[in-house]
Design a protein around this ligand. Structure first.
Ligand SMILES: [Zn+2]
Length: 173
């Protein structure tokens, strides 16, 4: 079965552009989004567990310099949109370079992360609240954020509009 509804507008009216054994690229005739249409359902949780293990955690920690450099730049961009102190949610922080930089400047920060080795590292290293799982399972008492940030996360999600839709629902109140 092919999952060929447009991720953005949910229209089923799309045209084939390109195909491999595992997915097709289709273009939505309603909103023009080009999206990946999977030929089989993949268990993203299983894929993540395979990819984001302790080996990767250690590799990232050894090569942290560039991550911190980028995180500082990102913090400057985010700060432009915030008034003084703020409560931030980061989705998919991995080894927490942005979290480190945000805490340095006195921001309050919480995180949502699916990879267990990262979750354990973040809790231990920074003592922050880090929810293990997906955004839609974030307990409701954790909300009311001034900003939600994510860096290099969308390309790891099979349906990127999920983030947009879930954010809207979770933070509407
Ligand atoms: Zn569309």
């Amino acid at each position: 079965m092919e999952f060929d509804k447009c991720f953005f507008c949910r229209s089923a009216d799309s045209q084939f552009l390109y195909g491999t054994d595992h997915y097709n690229l289709r273009k939505c005739n309603n909103c023009q989004l080009v999206f990946k249409s999977q030929l089989q359902e993949q268990d993203v949780g299983e894929l993540n567990a395979e990819l984001y293990d302790e080996k990767l955690t250690n590799y990232r920690l050894k090569n942290r310099k560039r991550g911190v450099f980028l995180a500082k730049k990102r913090r400057k961009v985010v700060a432009k949109y915030l008034l003084g102190t703020a409560k931030i949610l980061e989705i998919g922080p991995a080894t927490g370079e942005f979290i480190e930089c945000a805490l340095e400047k006195g921001y309050e920060i919480e995180a949502v992360e699916t990879a267990k080795p990262f979750v354990e590292f973040l809790r231990e290293q920074y003592g922050i609240y880090c929810h293990e799982g997906y955004l839609d399972s974030l307990p409701q008492e954790h909300g009311d954020y001034d900003a939600v940030v994510l860096f290099h996360v969308l390309e790891h999600i099979s349906d990127p509009s999920y983030i947009y839709r879930t954010n809207q629902t979770a933070f509407e109140t």
